[in-house]
Design a protein. Structure first.
Length: 146
């Protein structure tokens, strides 16, 4: 594959907007599918983008998800102006959730979002402070096919 020109995409995420939840991560997936990238690489990024987007919809305030792609890899960043994460270590524990009953009744909030992101990204960092929102950085090293 020829040298990849940088692609930058940014999407707004609205808190509690379950009718549009997942659309940004699907656009990221579709952009990656249009390139000559390995299926597993696209799958890992899609999982992480979706989990992060859903966390903003469920827990955050409004937010932004962005994707930067170049020949070295993909960086997905997510920031929100929500309530923040009290205990990041606890939030990274499989099964731990602060999702409300209504959210869980819709099939979300199983406590796997951050653990799935951590497991599927090559580099993951989360910064958050109670009352100040959250900022996630996920990096994926490029796996070009062909």
């Amino acid at each position: 594959m020829a040298s990849l020109v940088s692609i930058i995409k940014e999407f707004k995420i609205q808190a509690k907007d379950f009718s549009h939840a997942g659309e940004s991560s699907m656009e990221i997936r579709d952009t990656l599918k249009s390139l000559d990238l390995e299926t597993d690489f696209i799958r890992r990024i899609s999982i992480c983008a979706y989990e992060a987007e859903m966390n903003v919809v469920m827990h955050g305030g409004n937010g932004i998800i962005s994707m930067i792609l170049d020949e070295t890899g993909v960086v997905v960043e997510v920031m929100d102006d929500g309530p923040g994460i009290d205990d990041i270590k606890l939030a990274l524990t499989e099964g731990y959730t602060t999702a409300g009953v209504e959210t869980q009744q819709m099939g979300f909030g199983a406590g796997m979002g951050l653990p799935n992101i951590e497991r599927n990204s090559d580099f993951f960092e989360i910064c958050s402070q109670k009352g100040k929102g959250a900022y996630l950085t996920m990096c994926f090293w490029t796996a070009m096919s062909g």
